[in-house]
Design a protein. Structure first.
Lengths: 261, 319
């Protein structure tokens, strides 16, 4: 499971304050805590409050890189903020994210290749977010075709079919499972299958339970990456256990210990 | 038509371990041996770096074995009572890459030798040969836990490969090997889940993963070889796909297991239709070794010189 840790995000008060005061303490703590919890990537999102998002992105990445070696996911919809972030990246990096329009993909795949970055691509385009499986798969096909055209390593592509919150459209989560299955077959090697897990359960009363159950069900259909709360130990252990059940790791009595390392 | 490239890509590989220590590293070995490092399925070097060649460790016992058939004991008839000379013969005459000193004689039922006697034997073998040593206890936990720490201390700095530890008994030898700078063999009874578990348990004692060699009880040809094969194959695939608790090199005990088979040891008069035992025995050992090599093995424990020669030739041709 590739876990993209979501906590370094300007939408959270502690991160917003840290950015505002250029105080690295909270950022360092989150970087360490999320790394120790098993994060594959640390997502970095400056949020909306800062007047200088490009500067804030650079500062956050520099603070994190001074603290841990965990790869970073640069999370921004603004291309100049992304570029500012990439300019200071030292280790492996994931760009989060591009939309699925051909011209957007050209732009993002070009810069991703330049920095040897992985790339998250959403199955949405200028027509909006599709509500059905077919249209999402059409965009997924466009993403894969573009990757082939750009000679982009498909194992560094993450496709996110854009999961709606359960309290917005309850029909959507079940559609995802079919999509994960189909994306798994789309190429060899296939792109990764990602969802934004906290987004799915936001505003609900059983936030953690919903996230945990969706994640385990998703893993059984081929979900292998998620932007998620890695500090939720039950969630992380549920993911490991689902992978054990799907025979993705060799079982042992201490499999949790082994997989947490 | 273009033929598609069906080579698999592997994300990880088998750990590399160097065994033995020369003078500059605090030991007295004249050579060291590095094993592991494979990044592909055995003999499929078009998929990745095959790593280091599998090596052969010849068995030497601290007491003359009482269950060896004549075919097997004959080449060693002049040295069976002297482990040091026996080891020397294996290295100088039969080309053993390593010596596996088997301390059968400490077993309560097979002589019950003391720790002091075992230490003396180990020292004599270390003095007689320059190759790295495997030191293998008698597999009776209580006696091993009494003797092996003393043996370990006596060989401190030599970076021997010590064994074996199991899920039921691992703390004493693991702690001793950690202190004395040796590598360690973890054992599981033809069970991949327990194989992984013992590696986790040992690593929780802060024993470095890159000083562990895995051992699944070996089954000889006709006696469970296929069980050992499929477990070792799965272990290797897990290593290649990034399972750190399964990424250790593998050791097999081919010699002892092959020569326990009636097909290997029966005399000519007992089974005339099976052909001469002078050929049959070494062949049984050879086939067991060569078959298991395909599953992913880094050290093969062997016994008969003829089988050793045949397997060495096979490895050289395949690598």
């Amino acid at each position: 499971m590739l876990s993209i840790a979501e906590r370094i995000n300007g939408m959270f008060k502690d991160v917003r304050e840290a950015i505002k005061n250029k105080d690295p303490k909270a950022i360092r703590e989150l970087a360490i805590k999320q790394t120790e919890a098993g994060a594959s990537f640390l997502d970095v999102n400056v949020g909306t409050a800062t007047a200088d998002p490009a500067g804030a992105m650079k500062w956050l990445i520099e603070v994190i890189q001074d603290t841990v070696k965990t790869p970073i996911a640069i999370d921004s919809q603004k291309f100049d903020v992304l570029k500012a972030g990439l300019s200071v990246i030292k280790n492996e990096v994931l760009i989060n994210s591009s939309k699925g329009d051909p011209e957007e993909l050209d732009k993002y795949m070009t810069i991703a290749k330049e920095y040897n970055a992985s790339l998250m691509c959403l199955t949405m385009d200028k027509c909006g977010i599709p509500q059905d499986v077919e249209r999402r798969m059409e965009i997924a096909m466009t993403i894969v075709e573009k990757a082939v055209e750009h000679e982009f390593d498909l194992s560094k592509i993450y496709i996110d079919p854009v999961l709606f919150p359960i309290n917005v459209d309850q029909k959507q989560p079940a559609l995802m499972f079919d999509i994960f299955n189909q994306i798994k077959m789309i190429s060899d090697p296939p792109p990764h299958r990602n969802v934004g897990l906290s987004n799915f359960s936001q505003g609900t009363k059983e936030k953690k339970l919903l996230a945990r159950i969706f994640l385990t069900m998703g893993i059984s259909y081929g979900l292998d990456a998620a932007v998620m709360d890695v500090l939720d130990k039950d969630l992380m252990d549920a993911a490991i256990t689902a992978e054990i059940i799907m025979n993705q790791h060799v079982y042992s009595d201490s499999y949790l210990t082994a997989c947490r390392k | 038509m273009e033929i598609p490239n069906v080579a698999d890509k592997w994300s990880s590989g088998v750990n590399e371990i160097t065994l033995g220590a020369t003078k500059d590293k605090g030991g007295t070995r004249t050579k060291t041996i590095t094993i592991g490092g494979s990044k592909c399925v055995p003999f499929m070097d078009f998929e990745g770096n095959p790593g280091h060649k599998p090596i052969i460790a010849m068995d030497v016992c601290d007491v003359p074995p009482d269950d060896w058939p004549e075919t097997l004991s004959k080449p060693f008839a002049d040295v069976l009572n002297d482990p040091a000379q026996w080891a020397k013969k294996c290295v100088e005459q039969y080309g053993a890459d390593m010596i596996c000193l088997k301390l059968d004689g400490i077993h309560p039922d097979k002589g019950n030798k003391s720790a002091e006697q075992a230490v003396k034997t180990v020292k004599s073998v270390l003095a007689a040969v320059g190759v790295p040593l495997i030191i293998w206890g008698c597999e009776q936990d209580e006696k091993d836990n009494e003797v092996m720490p003393k043996v370990s201390q006596a060989a401190k700095g030599e970076n021997c490969l010590m064994g074996i530890v199991s899920q039921n008994s691992y703390k004493t030898l693991t702690a001793t090997c950690l202190a004395d700078g040796h590598s360690l063999i973890t054992m599981a009874p033809v069970d991949i889940n327990i194989g992984k578990q013992i590696n986790i348990l040992v690593s929780e004692m802060d024993f470095p993963l890159n000083r562990i060699v895995m051992f699944q009880s070996t089954g000889a040809l006709g006696y469970g070889l296929e069980y050992t094969y499929s477990i070792q194959e799965r272990e290797r695939l897990a290593a290649l796909t990034g399972d750190k608790m399964m990424a250790m090199p593998v050791i097999c005990d081919v010699g002892r297991e092959a020569w326990r088979a009636k097909e290997a040891k029966s005399g000519d008069s007992e089974a005339p239709q099976w052909g001469s035992r002078e050929e049959r025995g070494p062949m049984w050992e050879t086939i067991t070794a060569v078959s298991l090599l395909q599953s992913g093995v880094d050290i093969i424990r062997m016994q008969h010189p003829k089988a050793v020669a045949a397997v060495k030739k096979c490895i050289d041709r395949l690598y």
